[in-house]
Design a protein around this ligand. Sequence first.
Ligand SMILES: C[S@@+](CC[C@H](N)C(=O)[O-])C[C@H]1O[C@@H](n2cnc3c(N)ncnc32)[C@H](O)[C@@H]1O
Length: 275
Amino acid sequence: MNSQDFDFVSQLLRKRAGIVLGGDKMYLLESRLAPLARKEGLPSIDDLIQVVRARRDERLITQVVDVMTTNETFFFRDKTPFDHLKEAVMPALAQARKGQRIRIWCAAASTGQEPYSIAMMLDQTPALTGGVPVEIIATDISDRCLDRARQGLFTQFEVQRGLPIQMLMHYFTQQDDHWRISERIRSLVTFRKLNLMDPSYNLGKFDVVFCRNVLIYFDAPTKGAVLDRIGQCTNPGGFLMLGAAESVIGITQSFESAQDRRGLYKLTERAVKAA
Ligand SMILES: C[S@@+](CC[C@H](N)C(=O)[O-])C[C@H]1O[C@@H](n2cnc3c(N)ncnc32)[C@H](O)[C@@H]1O
């Protein structure tokens, strides 16, 4: 791939998904675009890029962006956010919402392990919700991931990463060499396509937003804009969870650290007043 083609694809990714591709990521681009070129019946990546450049084919552009997303995820990833949810967030919300529905949003849910982890955790400990109904919405930019997430079908490798064996036995059934999550847990999560770069998405307001391990792909102004928009979608008293390598410091004034809990943030008064 020549440098003009590399620049073309990096600009496309940045514009469409906010994803910044470092100049050293040529190998990444090539390894991910090669299977797409084959799938499209094109002889090489160069031909694929030619077609994208010449035809401006939306379907193909969407697929280029999709294959360039990094979808690494696993059940109960990093553990700490789920401890925060259990120990601090749900008890505070169950009390504050006084019988009203609690809404949780996984804003870059990949293949579904994160929202399903939340659903299993809440199902396992009903006292956490204090009888308050909970709605879990999970979104991602990748159709490929959303299709897989909706199926709720996981490989042996995937269920061995982070999922306690008791939960595997309780919530999954084996299907050939895969594991299918129970219909009950699957039905607790609604999956929708959503691009965090879209300034006008509207899913209503949430009490908890998980936005983990996606901001790392964006530049600082994009991180700020995405978090400010999420702030506008968060109820007063609501919480945000970021990934272990992510922070709001110097990025947004919509959220601030909460209760000395790493990775947990709450909506600021300033954001509430600005709403
Ligand atoms: C590394 S995964 C993180 C999954 C999960 N949150 C976790 O922490 O395990 C990042 C996800 O962000 C999604 N993503 C990337 N850019 C996005 C955008 N602009 N809007 C929505 N999702 C995006 C990718 O498709 C990918 O599934």
